[in-house]
Ligand binder design. Structure first.
Ligand SMILES: Cc1ncc(COP(=O)(O)O)c(C=O)c1O
Length: 284
């Protein structure tokens, strides 16, 4: 499919969709972004994604380029121009274009781009074996709750994971607690309870993280949001969440098996429940 991108008020062919070299996103990574999944034109948790974008813009003092209802309309239009059956909508807002100086002039017009692409998903092989991951001491900044486009640490983490033939790198705090991945949140099954790090400045409040908690609660699974370590007694499974993965078991960590080293029953059950929600959108 020939892709069409939305750039500052215009729909353009992907090849000619450009922003200025003095865009502050390019010069300073001065911006935030969102990734929303869409199934047959029905968006998964659009409102929470847009509200997170609003919060992140507010956190770095960038005015929203337009009201959320208008943004939702632009997102829908972008999908209609790129109607992938399972789509990934990317939204980026930067502070705008200005001569390069750290301090931005007042009243800049924010840059808004929106694209729609095929939604990447874990392969069948990955679902069968589970993901392989490494851990790294967290060397990111102290505002991980902001979905910033400054992703250099995440890029470096993914490169290191890839060098070690792994799919994801998970960040550890100085006490060895598992925080989140480069582009994912992480949960552990510990004595039958689903455990994940609480929301603070060290983790992004993933929309899929919230969805998994909701789905697990509805299924009667106990949830604890607390710091946890990989060597906790009773830990049998780990699983990652993100918009593109839904929930995916992580079966090897730093070359050691997690639990039995194969996808476990908690991840299997939760993934089936999550996929039901996506199927419901496909068939709506
Ligand atoms: C650092 C980080 N944590 C978690 C997530 C998962 O967020 P979501 O479930 O909203 O896709 C992402 C997604 O990009 C991320 O970059």
């Amino acid at each position: 499919m020939k892709q069409t991108a939305y750039v500052n008020g215009h729909f353009l062919p992907m090849e000619s969709a450009m922003v200025h070299i003095e865009d502050r996103g390019f010069q300073f990574a001065d911006g935030v972004y969102e990734v929303v999944a869409c199934f047959n034109g029905n968006f998964l948790d659009m409102q929470p994604h847009l509200e997170r974008l609003e919060r992140c813009c507010a956190a770095i003092n960038i005015p929203l380029p337009c009201p959320l209802e208008r943004l939702a309309e632009l997102v829908r239009q972008t999908w209609q121009k790129n109607p992938f059956p399972d789509a990934m909508i990317y939204i980026q807002v930067t502070r705008g274009v200005a001569p390069r100086a750290h301090l931005a002039p007042d009243n800049l017009v924010p840059t808004l781009i929106i694209t729609s692409a095929d939604l990447p998903k874990p392969s069948e092989a990955k679902l069968t074996s589970g993901a392989k991951a490494i851990t790294l001491a967290d060397f990111r900044w102290k505002h991980c709750e902001i979905k910033s486009i400054a992703l250099l640490a995440s890029v470096m983490g993914k490169q290191e994971a890839n060098r070690q033939h792994a799919d994801e790198a998970f960040w550890l705090d100085t006490e060895g607690h598992v925080l989140e991945g480069c582009s994912t949140n992480i949960f552990a099954a510990i004595n039958g309870t689903l455990v994940t790090h609480p929301l603070d400045h060290q983790v992004l409040g993933g929309i899929t993280r919230s969805m998994l908690i909701r789905v697990a609660r509805e299924a009667g699974i106990k949830i604890e949001e607390r710091p946890w370590c990989l060597d906790e007694p009773g830990l049998t499974e780990t699983m990652l969440t993100s918009t593109t993965n839904a929930v995916l078991p992580v079966c090897v960590m730093d070359d050691k098996p997690v639990g039995k080293g194969i996808p476990g029953p908690m991840a299997g059950r939760l993934r089936a429940l999550m996929l039901q929600n996506m199927d419901a959108l496909r068939n709506a």
